[in-house]
Write a protein that binds this ligand. Structure first.
Ligand code: BGC
Ligand code: MN
Length: 392
C-alpha cells in the first residue's frame, strides 16, 4: 500500500475515535448538569420558605418544606426552642428532600417501566406530608362508650392497628403506653388518638403495657417491655412512648421518628404550655428502633414516680445524640387530671450514678413475665409481671 493511503486510513481511525470521545463527554456533561440543576432548584425553594417563616425549630423535621408551606399562621414563628442557623436547616432539608425525591422517582420508575414485573395495582408511597391534616384539634375529654368508639372507628383493625388504605406508609410505628388502673384515661386517649394517627398515614399499632399487681409503678421498665414485645410482632422502625393521660392538640405533631430522638409533649396545659426545663424527655417521646437499642433502652431501677425520663435524656446525650422538638404551638397536649403520684425519693441518687449503669442496666438485663396478652379492637394489651433487676 502506498504510504499516502496508509496515512489517510490511520487519520480516519483517529478522527472516529475522537468523535466517539466527544459524544461520550457530552452525554456525561449533560447527566452531571441535570443532577446539579435539580438539586439547586430544590434548595432554593426550601431556603425561601424556611427564611420567610423564620422558624428554626424544625431542624429535624423530615418534611420541613411542606410544613412551612402549611404554616401560614403567625403562631408558627412563636417557638424559640432549638435554634439553629438557616444554613443548617437548608442542608438538612435539602438532604431529606433529595432522598424523598429519589424515592419518589424510583417509585414512579417502577410503575411506569413496561419491562418491570411490579404489580401495577401496588399503591405508591404516601406523600411526605399527609394531605388531610387539619392542624389544631378539638380534644374530647368525655368520650362515648367503648362499644360506640369501636363501631365508629371502622378503619381500625383488631389489636389497635391502622394504616393508610390508598398508599404505602413511610413509617411503621409502635405506640407504647405504660398503664395501670386508668380505664377512663385510656378510653379518652384511644378516642382522640386513633383518628389522628389515621390522618397522619402512619402504619401503627397501639400497645398497652399493664403492670401486674399493686407494687411501685415502673414506667421505664414497662416501656422496655413494650419495645421488646412489639418487635416480636413486627419490625417497627419507630417507637412512641406515650403517657396515658396526654391528649395531642394538633395533628401536625407527626407520630414519626426523625434523625434524632424527639420529645413530643413540649407544651402541656398543666405546665401553662411551657417547657419546664430544657432536657425534659417525659410525657410523650419518639425514638427509632436503632436509637433505642443504641442507648440500651430505659433504666430499670426507677420504681415510683420521676427520674426515668431524665436518665433517658442523659443516655441520649452520652451516645452523642440529642433531643429534638417540634415548635411549641404544634407539640401541644392537654393532660387529664389524676391524683398526684408519690415521687421516688431515690431518683436523684439514681440519676447521679446513672452513667455507670448505662451499659449494664436497660434492655440488656430486662426481666419480666408476660402474664397475658389480648387483642381487643382498639389496642394490643400486655399484662406483665416485672422482675426487679439484680443490683449491679
Ligand atoms: C421528674 C421527671 C418528670 C418531670 C416533669 C422531674 O422532676 O424527674 O420524671 O417528667 O419532673 O414532671
Ligand atoms: Mn400524668
Amino acid at each position: 500500500m502506498p504510504v499516502a493511503a496508509a496515512l489517510a486510513l490511520w487519520h480516519r481511525a483517529h478522527i472516529y475515535k475522537a468523535l466517539v470521545c466527544v459524544v461520550l463527554a457530552l452525554i456525561a456533561l449533560q447527566y452531571l448538569l441535570s443532577g446539579v440543576l435539580d438539586r439547586r432548584s430544590l434548595e432554593t425553594i426550601f431556603t425561601i420558605n424556611a427564611t420567610r417563616y423564620g422558624d428554626h425549630s424544625y431542624r429535624n423535621h423530615p418534611h420541613g418544606l411542606i410544613i412551612y408551606g402549611l404554616g401560614t399562621s403567625p403562631a408558627y414563628q412563636a417557638s424559640t426552642l432549638n435554634i439553629t442557623s438557616t444554613a443548617q436547616l437548608t442542608v438538612q432539608a435539602s438532604r431529606d428532600i433529595n432522598n424523598a425525591t429519589r424515592q419518589d422517582m424510583n417509585a414512579t420508575r417502577a410503575i411506569s417501566s413496561p419491562s418491570n414485573t411490579t404489580d401495577l395495582s401496588t399503591p405508591q408511597r404516601c406523600p411526605l406530608i399527609p394531605p388531610n391534616l387539619v392542624g389544631p384539634l378539638t380534644v374530647t375529654k368525655n368520650p362515648p362508650e367503648l362499644s360506640v368508639i369501636e363501631s365508629t372507628l371502622t378503619e381500625v383493625k383488631q389489636g389497635g392497628r391502622g394504616w393508610p388504605s390508598d398508599c404505602n406508609s413511610r413509617h411503621r410505628v409502635a405506640i407504647i403506653i405504660p398503664y395501670r388502673d386508668r380505664p377512663q384515661h385510656l378510653q379518652t386517649l384511644l378516642y382522640n388518638l386513633h383518628p389522628m394517627l389515621l390522618r397522619q398515614q402512619v402504619d401503627y399499632q397501639i400497645f398497652i403495657v399493664e403492670q401486674e399487681g399493686t407494687g411501685q409503678f415502673n414506667r421505664a421498665m414497662l416501656m422496655n417491655v413494650g419495645y421488646v414485645e412489639a418487635l416480636k410482632e413486627r419490625e417497627f422502625d419507630c417507637f412512641i412512648f406515650h403517657d396515658v393521660d396526654l391528649l395531642p392538640e394538633n395533628d401536625r405533631n407527626l407520630y414519626t421518628c426523625p434523625e434524632q430522638p424527639r420529645h413530643m409533649s413540649v407544651a402541656i396545659d398543666k405546665f401553662k404550655y411551657r417547657l419546664p426545663y430544657a432536657d425534659l424527655f417525659g410525657g410523650v417521646s419518639a425514638m427509632s428502633r436503632d436509637q433505642f437499642r443504641q442507648v440500651n433502652g430505659f433504666s430499670n431501677v426507677f420504681w415510683g414516680w420521676g427520674g426515668e425520663d431524665d436518665d433517658m435524656a442523659n443516655r441520649i446525650k452520652a451516645r452523642g445524640l440529642h433531643i429534638s422538638r417540634y415548635p411549641a404551638n404544634v407539640a401541644r397536649y392537654k393532660m387529664l387530671s389524676h391524683r398526684r403520684e408519690k415521687a421516688n425519693p431515690r431518683r436523684y441518687e439514681f440519676l447521679k450514678t446513672g452513667k455507670k449503669r448505662f451499659g449494664t442496666d436497660g434492655l440488656i438485663n430486662l426481666e419480666y413475665q408476660l402474664v397475658d396478652k389480648k387483642k381487643p379492637k382498639l389496642y394490643t394489651w400486655l399484662l406483665v409481671r416485672l422482675t426487679p433487676p439484680q443490683p449491679s
